[in-house]
Design a protein around this ligand. Structure first.
Ligand code: AMP
Ligand code: MG
Length: 348
């Protein structure tokens, strides 16, 4: 998520759609494209009336950035991180920060700390934060000392959403593993509030789909092959997303290589090191995209077997998962949870 908001915008207006499965009603398809959060976004929706929501979408993205971005020095998150104090404040008009904080706490607790936004000092150490560089030599003592400052337990919301008690003065937060998915939810909410029943919102591969597309079919979303530098977006699978959210984390998305070892941007908070295992990509299906995004990161930390165990032990979360991992020969293998077996077409 860098250079969050150069918003490019294209807008298409077509008339007279409404597929065979829909009642015969004229719906107007809209399509917005732009750049946000260091990536691209697409919003497609079908409206009964002419309704241009481009301005509102842009405002939401800018406002989220003002609260949650690590690339905007004046954001509430950056201000929070700069207050090396036991009581920290964010602006009392903030809505996104408290909401993402709460969601993050839940997922942190559920995953036993595999998802941990307080991992920020280690994200910096490994050179995946803004203005940070990958280490020349790995310094295990330094990693041990940074590990003393990544306890998300050390920060509590006190009363209203803008006062936080922080027991560790050096604690800093990074919401990059959840902010994109969460932003998708906020835009989806805008569409729902405007009585739009058919839409698809996507930011950097994190998606929510409701209802059907302009052809009257379920929205279909591609899942990338987890190949390094997959710039031409070769697909591993195509998913039918039926009133659900989908988020994908992958170690092919951001990594560096040194002395033949690949270091990915997902940090295992229990070791302080980038995760090293065979799981290449975790796609999570949930009722909202913030949740899907947070668990996708957590599952990248857990790896294949622990993710399967987690799903078994936490059926109430109603998550589904599509995992892509490499076998001993380095070939791609996949695992699909029961609830989405019918919804995924794997490519050969
Ligand atoms: P994602 O692409 O959603 O998996 O998010 C990855 C980003 O989240 C990284 O670039 C880091 O900024 C941050 N991050 C890395 N490891 C973790 C972790 N274990 N828990 C939460 N955030 C993390
Ligand atoms: Mg994530």
């Amino acid at each position: 998520m860098k250079n969050y908001f150069a918003l490019l915008f294209a807008f298409f207006l077509l008339y007279g759609c409404g597929g065979s499965n829909e009642k015969k009603q004229e719906l107007i398809p809209y399509e917005l494209h732009g750049e946000a959060q260091g990536t691209t976004f697409t919003v497609k929706y079908l409206s009964k009336d002419s309704l241009d929501l481009s301005r509102e979408v842009m405002d939401i993205l800018v406002n989220i950035d003002q609260e949650l971005s690590l690339w905007v020095d004046s954001s509430e998150l950056c201000k929070f991180n700069r207050q090396s104090l036991s009581t920290r404040y964010i602006d009392s008009s903030s809505i996104y920060f408290p909401s993402v904080f709460k969601l993050s706490k839940e997922v942190f607790q559920r995953t036993n700390g595999a998802f941990n936004p307080a991992v920020m000092p280690l994200v910096k150490y490994w050179g995946f934060a803004r203005k940070s560089e990958h280490p020349e030599q790995i310094d295990s003592l330094k990693i041990d000392s940074l590990m003393q400052h990544i306890s998300f337990n050390m920060v509590q919301l006190v009363g209203a959403g803008f006062v936080y008690a922080v027991a560790d003065f050096d604690l800093q937060l990074d919401f990059n593993a959840v902010a994109q998915g969460y932003s998708v939810d906020v835009i989806a909410e805008l569409l729902t509030k405007n009585n739009i029943e058919h839409y698809m919102v996507e930011i950097g591969g994190e998606v929510v789909a409701k209802g059907k597309n302009a052809q009257g079919e379920w929205w279909t979303i591609g899942i990338d092959k987890p190949k390094d530098n997959n710039t031409d977006r070769e697909l591993q699978a195509v998913v039918h997303l039926e009133n659900r959210a989908l988020a994908t984390s992958g170690n092919y998305r951001k990594f560096y290589e040194k002395d033949g070892i690949k270091y990915s941007h997902t940090i295992d908070p229990s070791t302080g090191y980038p995760v090293q295992h065979t799981l290449l990509s975790a796609s999570v299906f949930a009722s909202d995209c913030g949740t899907a995004d947070a668990y996708a990161t957590a599952f990248m930390v857990m790896g294949v077997e622990k993710t399967k165990e987690f799903l078994k032990k936490n059926p109430d979360l109603k998550l589904d998962v599509y995992l892509i991992f490499s076998d001993e020969k380095g070939e791609f293998k996949t695992w699909i949870s029961e609830g989405i077996k019918e919804k995924i077409d794997e490519e050969n």
